[in-house]
Design a protein around this ligand. Sequence first.
Ligand code: ADP
Ligand code: MG
Length: 327
Amino acid sequence: MTAPLDLELISLTKRYGDALAVDAISHGFKSGVYACLLGPSGCGKSSTLRMIAGHEGVSDGAIVLDGREVTHLPPAKRGTAMMFQNYALFPHLSVRDNVAFSLRMAGIDRATRHKRANEMLELVEMSAMAERKPDQLSGGQQQRVALARALITRPQVLLLDEPLSALDPFLRIRMRSELKRLQRELGITFIHVTHGQDEALALADEIIVMNNAKIEQAGSARDIFNKPKTAFVARFLGGHNVLKLPQGQIALRNDAIQVTAQGAGRMDGRVIGVEYQGAHVTLTALVAGDQEATALVPDHQFIETPKDLGEVIGLTWDDQNAHLVSA
Ligand code: ADP
Ligand code: MG
């Protein structure tokens, strides 16, 4: 059984003057999924997210949330909430009052506000710091407060624009699993914008790859990684070779290429790179057509049959691992 559609984008378009930032994209997000909008800088991710949130006008198309058209509703009336990249906390308000802010705007009484804010602070494990001001918090703590503030409105859909980009790599990985835990606990839809493929692969039930204002491919993390449809998706995700062969253009995971003796594989190549990376060695070879092919060789195998720069090797792979991709 498929889950009901929670959020539907129908030919959603954003123009800034003559520039087309989002080009008639259509997509249905199922209820309760962790979705990542993934793509390079400038491809239209933030514009898409801001249109869903209602912080940016829609040039064309429609947004339907839970069967209700919300295209032109103000942000607070949609059932969405947004967590901004810079957190945008009010410096003069305590953590608790920051979290309770939208309830105050909605005219909810103080006792209820505090109770709800305390629940949210507990959810993000920040109860002990409720009286502090934002400048007395670390970056990771500020982020938890921003999350609590977005969640207090009980949105159906939480929108997060590059939520981890301001954190150092260690915290980023820790907060990543926190986000996933929260999403599972709350059971609401998260739409998380990122340009980091690792982040998207680690978090997402569904990845929507964007390029040049359009959706290039959408699917489960595993599908996207194993069956990229276009050369762009394969290259952007990394870990893939994109090779032009007489029968067409293929994508092939680096770990799906086996290294053989010269003449014993499907093609020969001259080794131009050998990088030891712990569990495996990354071998790069120059093959026919002046193309580079990269193979991940398990370290024990490399030690048995070491290869050197300049050496000619054979490369081979199983047909089932090669996917035709469009340019
Ligand atoms: P992303 O989040 O993927 O980096 P954006 O949605 O921010 O992409 O931007 C998409 C395109 O729209 C870019 O070319 C960007 O320069 C342009 N753009 C974004 N915001 C504005 C704006 N307020 N005014 C004019 N152009 C904008
Ligand atoms: Mg952006």
